[in-house]
Design a binder for this molecule. Structure first.
Ligand code: ATP
Length: 224
């Protein structure tokens, strides 16, 4: 489903990713772990086409998307939940969801009605249903994170990239978010999740460790 080969990325002259390769199959959960500054966000942003300058191969659903703009990657089915959530703070829960529902879906046409999509995200995150009229700025961090994931799901992705979805969130809501992501996986969604806290790692098909922009580093790599 997603094949990344020998991906390199640069911010100006500074290289942030070095020959990164990974694969996420249909219905697989792959966790990307690494310390602050290891390159997790850079990798996810490179995959959605909003990152720094990149070189290398990115193949999604058999199509080479390395040169595609971000919106075309989203139309092909790549959904992204950013670390900072990027919700419309003044809009209500329902409005945030409906804004995303207007976006084109995976194959340029809707397979489900907006109402069906809303029912699906409320089934996944029941806590959001009674909050539909609440503005995003009036929600807790964990509730906002649920809304951010739900909003991305309204674009009908086949693969979800999430940047630290459980970071800084109250334990009870962390459980809800983890369970929702595992439910999505069981429904066939492919997931690539960056995290530092190993919450999802125990359930992952593979865990990839990034060290200073590289994968597969041996302990010797860490020794100066
Ligand atoms: P964190 O968990 O702190 O977000 P991360 O693993 O996601 O860390 P990145 O944010 O991808 O790491 O950072 C990887 C490297 O790229 C770091 O050295 C960082 O300083 C650098 N970097 C990230 N964003 C930029 C930017 N916009 N301009 C220049 N350098 C950047």
């Amino acid at each position: 489903m997603l094949e990344v080969s020998r991906l390199n990325a640069w911010y100006g002259a500074a290289q942030a990713l070095f020959e990164v390769s990974l694969r996420v199959g249909p219905g697989e959960l792959v966790v990307l772990e690494g310390l602050n500054g290891a390159g997790k966000s850079t990798l996810l942003q490179s995959l959605i086409g909003l990152g720094p300058r990149v070189q290398g191969s990115v193949v999604l659903q058999g199509r080479s998307i390395s040169d595609w703009p971000a919106h075309a990657r989203a139309q092909l089915g790549l959904g992204f939940v950013p670390e900072d959530r990027r919700l419309f703070a003044e809009l209500t829960v329902l409005e945030n969801l409906l804004v995303a529902a207007r976006a084109p879906t995976a194959h340029g046409q809707k397979t489900h009605s907006t109402e069906q999509q809303l029912n699906q995200v409320f089934a996944l995150f029941p806590a959001l249903k009674p909050m539909q009229k609440r503005r995003a700025l009036e929600m807790s961090g964990g509730e906002q994170q649920m809304l951010s994931i739900a909003r991305t799901l309204m674009t009908a992705p086949s693969m979800l990239l999430l940047d630290e979805p459980c970071e800084g969130i109250a334990p009870l809501l962390v459980e809800s978010i983890r369970d929702a992501l595992l439910q999505l996986k069981s429904q066939g969604m492919s997931l690539l999740v960056a995290e530092q806290n190993t919450l999802l790692a125990a359930h992952a098909d593979r865990v990839i460790t990034l060290v200073a922009g590289q994968t597969g580093a041996s302990p010797a790599f860490l020794t100066p």
